[in-house]
Ligand binder design. Structure first.
Ligand code: ADP
Ligand code: MG
Ligand code: MG
Length: 264
Protein backbone atom coordinates (compact mmCIF):
# COMPACT_ATOMS: atom_id res chain seq x y z
CA UNK A 1 0.00 0.00 0.00
CA UNK A 2 2.91 2.35 0.74
CA UNK A 3 4.22 1.66 -2.79
CA UNK A 4 0.92 2.80 -4.35
CA UNK A 5 0.74 5.81 -2.04
CA UNK A 6 4.16 7.08 -3.12
CA UNK A 7 4.37 5.98 -6.74
CA UNK A 8 1.98 5.95 -9.68
CA UNK A 9 2.41 2.78 -11.72
CA UNK A 10 2.31 3.16 -15.52
CA UNK A 11 2.67 0.82 -18.51
CA UNK A 12 4.98 -2.21 -18.76
CA UNK A 13 8.49 -1.22 -19.86
CA UNK A 14 10.06 -4.61 -20.20
CA UNK A 15 10.06 -8.19 -19.10
CA UNK A 16 13.35 -9.93 -18.49
CA UNK A 17 13.94 -13.46 -17.32
CA UNK A 18 13.21 -12.58 -13.71
CA UNK A 19 10.95 -9.63 -13.35
CA UNK A 20 8.44 -7.28 -14.85
CA UNK A 21 9.41 -3.64 -15.01
CA UNK A 22 6.80 -0.90 -15.14
CA UNK A 23 7.12 2.76 -15.90
CA UNK A 24 6.08 5.01 -13.05
CA UNK A 25 6.31 8.42 -11.46
CA UNK A 26 6.97 9.58 -7.93
CA UNK A 27 3.76 11.28 -6.85
CA UNK A 28 5.41 13.94 -4.70
CA UNK A 29 7.32 15.57 -7.56
CA UNK A 30 6.60 13.72 -10.80
CA UNK A 31 10.07 12.18 -10.98
CA UNK A 32 10.17 9.45 -13.65
CA UNK A 33 10.87 6.04 -12.10
CA UNK A 34 10.76 2.39 -13.08
CA UNK A 35 9.30 -0.21 -10.73
CA UNK A 36 10.78 -3.70 -11.00
CA UNK A 37 8.81 -6.55 -9.46
CA UNK A 38 10.77 -9.67 -8.60
CA UNK A 39 8.97 -12.78 -7.40
CA UNK A 40 10.22 -14.06 -4.06
CA UNK A 41 10.22 -17.56 -5.48
CA UNK A 42 12.79 -16.54 -8.08
CA UNK A 43 14.83 -14.22 -5.91
CA UNK A 44 18.05 -15.50 -4.38
CA UNK A 45 18.29 -15.94 -0.64
CA UNK A 46 18.64 -12.92 1.57
CA UNK A 47 22.09 -11.92 2.72
CA UNK A 48 23.51 -9.86 5.56
CA UNK A 49 26.12 -7.22 4.82
CA UNK A 50 28.09 -5.52 7.58
CA UNK A 51 27.12 -2.00 6.44
CA UNK A 52 23.34 -2.61 6.39
CA UNK A 53 21.02 -3.61 9.16
CA UNK A 54 19.25 -6.94 8.83
CA UNK A 55 19.08 -9.38 5.93
CA UNK A 56 18.32 -8.07 2.44
CA UNK A 57 17.36 -9.78 -0.81
CA UNK A 58 20.62 -10.21 -2.76
CA UNK A 59 19.64 -7.95 -5.69
CA UNK A 60 18.63 -5.19 -3.26
CA UNK A 61 21.81 -5.58 -1.21
CA UNK A 62 24.02 -5.39 -4.31
CA UNK A 63 22.17 -2.31 -5.58
CA UNK A 64 22.46 -0.59 -2.21
CA UNK A 65 26.19 -1.24 -2.29
CA UNK A 66 26.79 0.14 -5.77
CA UNK A 67 24.44 3.09 -5.19
CA UNK A 68 26.01 4.23 -1.92
CA UNK A 69 27.74 7.61 -2.15
CA UNK A 70 29.97 8.49 -3.85
CA UNK A 71 27.93 6.92 -6.63
CA UNK A 72 28.81 6.22 -10.26
CA UNK A 73 27.04 8.21 -12.97
CA UNK A 74 26.94 5.04 -15.05
CA UNK A 75 25.01 2.76 -12.75
CA UNK A 76 21.24 2.94 -12.52
CA UNK A 77 20.12 4.16 -9.13
CA UNK A 78 17.72 2.41 -6.83
CA UNK A 79 15.63 5.02 -4.99
CA UNK A 80 13.61 2.75 -2.79
CA UNK A 81 12.51 -0.86 -2.38
CA UNK A 82 9.52 -2.67 -0.89
CA UNK A 83 9.09 -6.08 0.67
CA UNK A 84 5.62 -7.09 -0.54
CA UNK A 85 3.71 -10.28 0.11
CA UNK A 86 4.92 -12.48 -2.75
CA UNK A 87 7.40 -10.17 -4.42
CA UNK A 88 9.91 -7.41 -3.98
CA UNK A 89 9.48 -4.08 -5.71
CA UNK A 90 12.58 -2.08 -6.61
CA UNK A 91 12.04 1.58 -7.45
CA UNK A 92 14.68 2.62 -9.95
CA UNK A 93 15.54 5.83 -11.70
CA UNK A 94 14.27 6.16 -15.27
CA UNK A 95 16.32 8.39 -17.52
CA UNK A 96 14.18 10.15 -20.12
CA UNK A 97 14.30 9.47 -23.05
CA UNK A 98 16.05 6.12 -22.84
CA UNK A 99 16.14 2.63 -24.34
CA UNK A 100 18.03 -0.47 -23.43
CA UNK A 101 21.05 -0.85 -25.68
CA UNK A 102 19.64 -3.86 -27.54
CA UNK A 103 16.46 -1.98 -28.50
CA UNK A 104 18.57 1.09 -29.33
CA UNK A 105 20.74 -0.95 -31.73
CA UNK A 106 17.76 -2.72 -33.29
CA UNK A 107 16.15 0.65 -34.04
CA UNK A 108 19.32 1.66 -35.88
CA UNK A 109 19.74 -1.25 -38.24
CA UNK A 110 21.08 -3.63 -35.61
CA UNK A 111 24.32 -1.92 -34.72
CA UNK A 112 26.14 1.27 -33.81
CA UNK A 113 29.28 2.85 -35.24
CA UNK A 114 32.70 2.76 -33.62
CA UNK A 115 32.42 6.27 -32.23
CA UNK A 116 29.26 5.45 -30.31
CA UNK A 117 30.58 2.03 -29.27
CA UNK A 118 33.66 3.73 -27.86
CA UNK A 119 31.48 6.10 -25.80
CA UNK A 120 29.48 3.14 -24.50
CA UNK A 121 32.60 1.13 -23.65
CA UNK A 122 34.30 3.95 -21.78
CA UNK A 123 31.25 4.40 -19.57
CA UNK A 124 30.59 0.67 -19.16
CA UNK A 125 34.15 -0.11 -18.07
CA UNK A 126 33.97 2.78 -15.61
CA UNK A 127 30.73 1.37 -14.18
CA UNK A 128 32.25 -2.10 -13.83
CA UNK A 129 35.36 -0.78 -12.08
CA UNK A 130 33.00 0.97 -9.67
CA UNK A 131 31.19 -2.34 -9.02
CA UNK A 132 34.49 -4.09 -8.39
CA UNK A 133 35.57 -1.41 -5.91
CA UNK A 134 32.28 -1.96 -4.05
CA UNK A 135 32.80 -5.72 -3.96
CA UNK A 136 30.00 -6.44 -6.42
CA UNK A 137 30.06 -8.77 -9.41
CA UNK A 138 27.33 -7.90 -11.94
CA UNK A 139 27.57 -11.16 -13.91
CA UNK A 140 24.97 -10.30 -16.55
CA UNK A 141 26.63 -7.63 -18.68
CA UNK A 142 24.82 -7.49 -22.03
CA UNK A 143 23.08 -4.83 -24.14
CA UNK A 144 19.66 -5.65 -22.62
CA UNK A 145 21.01 -4.63 -19.21
CA UNK A 146 22.46 -1.29 -20.28
CA UNK A 147 20.22 1.77 -20.59
CA UNK A 148 21.22 4.49 -23.01
CA UNK A 149 19.91 8.04 -22.98
CA UNK A 150 18.83 8.45 -26.59
CA UNK A 151 19.94 12.11 -26.80
CA UNK A 152 23.12 12.31 -24.75
CA UNK A 153 24.18 8.66 -25.12
CA UNK A 154 24.92 8.51 -21.41
CA UNK A 155 24.63 4.90 -20.31
CA UNK A 156 23.60 3.25 -17.09
CA UNK A 157 24.26 -0.35 -16.17
CA UNK A 158 21.42 -2.08 -14.32
CA UNK A 159 19.88 -5.46 -13.40
CA UNK A 160 21.97 -6.91 -10.61
CA UNK A 161 19.58 -9.87 -10.42
CA UNK A 162 22.27 -12.38 -11.44
CA UNK A 163 25.03 -10.73 -9.45
CA UNK A 164 26.93 -11.78 -6.37
CA UNK A 165 29.51 -10.47 -3.97
CA UNK A 166 32.91 -10.13 -5.65
CA UNK A 167 35.36 -12.80 -4.53
CA UNK A 168 38.84 -13.70 -5.71
CA UNK A 169 38.24 -17.45 -5.65
CA UNK A 170 36.41 -19.26 -8.46
CA UNK A 171 32.65 -19.28 -8.92
CA UNK A 172 31.13 -22.63 -9.83
CA UNK A 173 27.47 -21.88 -10.38
CA UNK A 174 26.01 -20.88 -13.71
CA UNK A 175 24.55 -17.38 -13.62
CA UNK A 176 23.78 -14.82 -16.27
CA UNK A 177 23.02 -15.41 -19.93
CA UNK A 178 24.31 -18.36 -21.95
CA UNK A 179 25.66 -16.32 -24.89
CA UNK A 180 27.85 -14.24 -22.57
CA UNK A 181 29.36 -17.09 -20.50
CA UNK A 182 33.13 -17.59 -20.91
CA UNK A 183 34.63 -20.85 -22.28
CA UNK A 184 36.25 -21.82 -18.97
CA UNK A 185 32.81 -22.43 -17.47
CA UNK A 186 31.92 -24.93 -20.23
CA UNK A 187 35.36 -26.55 -20.10
CA UNK A 188 36.07 -26.68 -16.37
CA UNK A 189 32.84 -25.66 -14.66
CA UNK A 190 34.31 -22.59 -13.03
CA UNK A 191 35.28 -19.01 -13.72
CA UNK A 192 36.83 -16.03 -11.95
CA UNK A 193 35.03 -12.72 -11.59
CA UNK A 194 37.48 -10.47 -13.46
CA UNK A 195 38.09 -12.50 -16.64
CA UNK A 196 34.42 -13.57 -16.87
CA UNK A 197 33.33 -9.92 -16.68
CA UNK A 198 35.84 -8.92 -19.36
CA UNK A 199 34.63 -11.76 -21.58
CA UNK A 200 31.04 -10.48 -21.35
CA UNK A 201 32.28 -6.97 -22.14
CA UNK A 202 33.95 -8.38 -25.27
CA UNK A 203 30.76 -10.18 -26.35
CA UNK A 204 28.78 -6.97 -25.75
CA UNK A 205 31.22 -4.84 -27.75
CA UNK A 206 31.22 -7.32 -30.62
CA UNK A 207 27.42 -7.50 -30.63
CA UNK A 208 26.73 -3.78 -30.70
CA UNK A 209 29.29 -3.22 -33.47
CA UNK A 210 28.33 -6.10 -35.74
CA UNK A 211 24.68 -6.68 -34.91
CA UNK A 212 25.20 -10.34 -34.06
CA UNK A 213 26.75 -12.44 -31.31
CA UNK A 214 30.37 -13.56 -31.75
CA UNK A 215 29.50 -17.17 -30.84
CA UNK A 216 26.15 -18.79 -31.48
CA UNK A 217 26.39 -21.75 -29.11
CA UNK A 218 28.47 -23.17 -26.25
CA UNK A 219 30.27 -25.33 -28.81
CA UNK A 220 31.32 -22.20 -30.70
CA UNK A 221 32.30 -20.46 -27.48
CA UNK A 222 34.68 -23.34 -26.75
CA UNK A 223 36.03 -23.39 -30.30
CA UNK A 224 36.53 -19.67 -30.00
CA UNK A 225 37.04 -18.85 -33.64
CA UNK A 226 36.20 -15.19 -34.16
CA UNK A 227 35.26 -13.58 -37.45
CA UNK A 228 35.48 -9.83 -37.28
CA UNK A 229 34.19 -7.32 -39.76
CA UNK A 230 36.92 -5.85 -42.04
CA UNK A 231 35.23 -2.46 -41.66
CA UNK A 232 36.33 -2.23 -38.04
CA UNK A 233 39.54 -0.42 -37.22
CA UNK A 234 42.59 -2.50 -36.31
CA UNK A 235 42.60 -1.13 -32.73
CA UNK A 236 38.97 -2.05 -32.28
CA UNK A 237 39.45 -5.60 -33.57
CA UNK A 238 42.50 -5.95 -31.37
CA UNK A 239 40.53 -4.99 -28.25
CA UNK A 240 37.64 -7.36 -29.04
CA UNK A 241 40.06 -10.26 -29.63
CA UNK A 242 41.92 -9.49 -26.42
CA UNK A 243 38.71 -9.46 -24.33
CA UNK A 244 37.63 -12.71 -26.03
CA UNK A 245 40.94 -14.53 -25.44
CA UNK A 246 40.12 -18.23 -25.00
CA UNK A 247 42.43 -18.42 -21.99
CA UNK A 248 41.07 -16.41 -19.06
CA UNK A 249 44.54 -15.32 -17.92
CA UNK A 250 45.28 -13.84 -21.38
CA UNK A 251 42.39 -11.36 -21.11
CA UNK A 252 42.96 -7.74 -20.10
CA UNK A 253 41.83 -6.36 -16.78
CA UNK A 254 39.19 -3.61 -16.78
CA UNK A 255 41.99 -1.10 -16.14
CA UNK A 256 43.94 -2.41 -19.14
CA UNK A 257 40.84 -1.95 -21.32
CA UNK A 258 40.66 1.69 -20.18
CA UNK A 259 44.24 2.21 -21.34
CA UNK A 260 43.79 0.47 -24.69
CA UNK A 261 44.59 2.66 -27.76
CA UNK A 262 41.06 2.26 -29.12
CA UNK A 263 39.68 4.04 -26.05
CA UNK A 264 42.26 6.82 -26.00
P1 ADP B 1 15.35 -8.95 -15.61
O1 ADP B 1 16.11 -9.12 -14.34
O2 ADP B 1 14.10 -9.76 -15.64
O3 ADP B 1 16.22 -9.14 -16.82
P2 ADP B 1 15.61 -6.08 -15.96
O4 ADP B 1 15.89 -5.35 -14.71
O5 ADP B 1 16.77 -6.38 -16.85
O6 ADP B 1 14.82 -7.43 -15.62
O7 ADP B 1 14.50 -5.28 -16.79
C1 ADP B 1 13.91 -5.84 -17.96
C2 ADP B 1 13.79 -4.77 -19.04
O8 ADP B 1 12.99 -3.68 -18.60
C3 ADP B 1 15.11 -4.13 -19.44
O9 ADP B 1 15.83 -4.89 -20.41
C4 ADP B 1 14.67 -2.78 -19.98
O10 ADP B 1 14.24 -2.87 -21.31
C5 ADP B 1 13.48 -2.44 -19.10
N1 ADP B 1 13.91 -1.60 -17.95
C6 ADP B 1 14.37 -2.04 -16.76
N2 ADP B 1 14.67 -1.04 -15.90
C7 ADP B 1 14.40 0.10 -16.56
C8 ADP B 1 14.50 1.50 -16.21
N3 ADP B 1 14.95 1.88 -15.01
N4 ADP B 1 14.13 2.40 -17.14
C9 ADP B 1 13.69 1.99 -18.35
N5 ADP B 1 13.57 0.70 -18.74
C10 ADP B 1 13.92 -0.24 -17.87
MG1 MG C 1 17.82 -7.99 -17.45
MG1 MG D 1 18.02 -9.96 -14.11
Amino acid sequence: ARLERLYQKGPLLGKGGYGSVFSGVRKSDGLPVAIKFVSKLQAEEEIELPEFEGPLPLEVALMKRVCAVPESAHILHMLDWFNLQTQYALVLERPEPCQDLLAFCLDRGGRVDEGLARQVMTQLVGALIHCTCRGVLHRDVKPENILIHTDTHAIKLFDFGCGDLWKSTAYKEFAGTLDYIPPEWFLRGKYHAGPATVWSVGVTLHSILSGFLPFGSPRQIIKGRLRLDDDLSQECRDLICWCLSPKATDRPTLEQIQLHPWLQ
